[in-house]
Design a protein around this ligand. Structure first.
Ligand code: DOR
Ligand code: ZN
Length: 346
């Protein structure tokens, strides 16, 4: 029996679109289903100033195929040299929706990120004043901290002290991957939310390592034990408006992924909504999918939900999703949940 579910058109509150040929190849995959997305600024060189964000927004809009509608919500990449006045002006003009904090060295193209958090205090204080949210990649980078503990240690040693020092700062802890992260976001009285990816709701660390190393499951923060995945699922289906979708869809060419030093990132834009419908159905929570994908994010960012809708259809037979999409920057492998998907967007 065919099942159908109509929900408000979703948004993606954490997306990598890259630039140039890669941008042109991946943008339609997102714009087909999502009305808006928070665009990550970790280009080379990073999007540091309002002027660079405006130019990047124009390149995204120029790459959008005729007839597709999509609104990129721009971010600025926080560095120790970021000028609070430039940030405030970019916010005031409506150009930027958030500022992104990468601890230096935490992930792809994060070399210009923050090492000394005291140096960015004036920017954070200004952001708290003007109500501009800070999106955080929450991992420490010290070599002595095990990669599976880096989110938990970040929350304890960086995030919580930073929030104490900057009352009123709106924070989004992005791509939460641990029960510790979920508990922190849910348990805090202050202004903090968390995004969750589709792939972290599906995979655990065994997917990466058991039966041969699978580079297309490698992303940062790296997937953790099954119990953490289950905590993410409980948060996603909880109806708690502090949790919502940020896919972290992060395209790299197959050549860059399938390498002795493969890049971090799962490319999920093509089948995110099918994966989410699968997970929410498995959890008996299809009625909560709209909140997670389409309502909590806009509420958090002070935007109206999208006027349009999408309809998810569950087929009797598996839906054939492409293994790869072709881009001018090379083939990009689409996230494989490891089992058939029966849902598609009509
Ligand atoms: O897996 C990831 N890929 N995590 C990030 O934080 C960055 C992203 C990328 O840009 O490829
Ligand atoms: Zn990301």
């Amino acid at each position: 029996m065919t099942q159908r579910l109509t929900i408000r058109r979703p948004d993606d509150w954490h997306l990598h679109l890259r630039d140039g040929l890669m941008l042109a190849g991946v943008l339609p995959e997102t714009a087909r289903h999502f009305a808006r997305a928070i665009i990550m600024p970790n280009l080379v060189p990073p999007v540091v100033t309002g002027a660079a964000a405006a130019a990047y927004r124009d390149r995204i809009l120029a790459a959008l195929p005729e007839g597709m509608e999509f609104r990129p919500l721009m971010t600025l990449y926080l560095t120790e040299e970021t000028d609070p006045d430039d940030v405030a002006a970019a916010h005031q003009s409506g150009l930027v929706t958030a500022v992104k904090l990468y601890p230096a060295g935490a992930t792809t193209n994060s070399a210009s990120g923050v090492t000394d958090f005291d140096k960015v205090r004036p920017v954070l204080e200004r952001m708290a004043e003007i109500g501009l949210p800070l999106c955080i990649h929450g991992e420490v980078t010290m070599p002595e901290v095990d990669i599976f503990d880096r989110e938990k240690v970040f929350i304890e040693t960086v995030l919580d002290p930073l929030r104490q020092r900057t009352p009123g700062l709106k924070v989004t802890l992005e791509h939460v991957t641990t029960a510790d992260g979920i508990d922190y976001v849910a348990g805090e009285a202050g202004d903090i939310a968390g995004t969750i990816t589709a792939h972290h709701l599906m995979i655990d660390r065994n997917h990466i390592l058991v039966g041969g190393i699978k580079p297309h499951y490698y992303c940062l923060p790296v997937a953790k034990r099954r119990r953490h995945r289950d905590a993410l699922r409980r948060a996603a289906i909880s109806g708690n408006p502090r949790f919502f979708l940020g896919t972290d869809s992060a395209p790299h060419s197959d050549e860059a992924k399938e390498s002795a030093c493969g890049c971090a990132g799962c490319f999920t834009a093509t089948n995110t909504m099918a994966c989410l419908a699968h997970v929410f159905e498995e959890e008996g929570a299809l009625d909560r999918l709209e909140g997670f994908a389409s309502l909590h994010g806009p509420a958090r960012y002070g935007l109206p939900p999208n006027a349009g809708t999408i309809t998810l259809v569950k087929e009797d037979a598996p839906v054939p999703y492409p293994d790869k999409i072709a881009t001018g920057a090379g083939p990009v492998t689409v996230f494989d949940p490891g089992h058939p998907l029966y849902w598609r967007v009509a």
